[in-house]
Design a protein around this ligand. Sequence first.
Ligand SMILES: Nc1ncnc2c1ncn2[C@@H]1O[C@H](COP(=O)(O)OP(=O)(O)O)[C@@H](O)[C@H]1O
Ligand SMILES: [Mg+2]
Length: 213
Amino acid sequence: MTDSQTDHRDVERSLRAAGWTPCGAGDWAIALRSPDGRTAARISPFDPTGPYTAGLYRDAAATRQVPELHEHRRLAGGGDLQILEWLHPVAQGEAAAFHDAIGRRAPEVAELTDLVRRWHARARAELPWCGPLDTNPANVMRAADGRLVVIDLFYADGPNLYAADPRRIAALIPEPERRFMTEIPAAASGPWEEHEREALRRALAAADAGQAG
Ligand SMILES: Nc1ncnc2c1ncn2[C@@H]1O[C@H](COP(=O)(O)OP(=O)(O)O)[C@@H](O)[C@H]1O
Ligand SMILES: [Mg+2]
């Protein structure tokens, strides 16, 4: 299903055809739930931070404070697919306390904090746009076995990235890695109107044509 040509739409289409159902949306990604209810697919049309998140999930697996990552794939055009264990939302206060513990490197999350800082520093060094840690309460969730986990801590600094001069975006992010940057769901910060998406698409296409010429 995920060869080098597969993009976020292909993945969503084939998972839905196999009975997966919508179960969440954020700014960058939607999530689908598997028919047996045990697995979630996080599908983003454009997420430069996906590999760093996946790296953190792998390195921090032994802490059990990140979700189990069953699979990670980069998708054609700059999207990102993560197949994760199924998680439930938690109350805001509980989420805030967990973020706070990570922030101050409390003993019970010290190993996690060290790995978060290492992967975040790497993302910030390597990506032209990378925001601070995303301490949104929706990013703390509970696994089926009852433990709390943190998800989705890294993001591509949407407010600054999307406000940047399209020529700068075109110069700093190769086209195959941002083909679908106007297709992010923007479910938390939106709505992002279709005419605004179209305007950015056109500006990027013009910048790409200018660079090529
Ligand atoms: N493993 C999961 N189990 C259940 N729902 C999930 C899971 N991962 C993500 N979600 C849902 O999808 C939403 C978006 O996922 P997230 O990784 O936070 O992406 P975004 O970058 O868009 O914030 C979450 O707020 C949550 O509702
Ligand atoms: Mg999120």
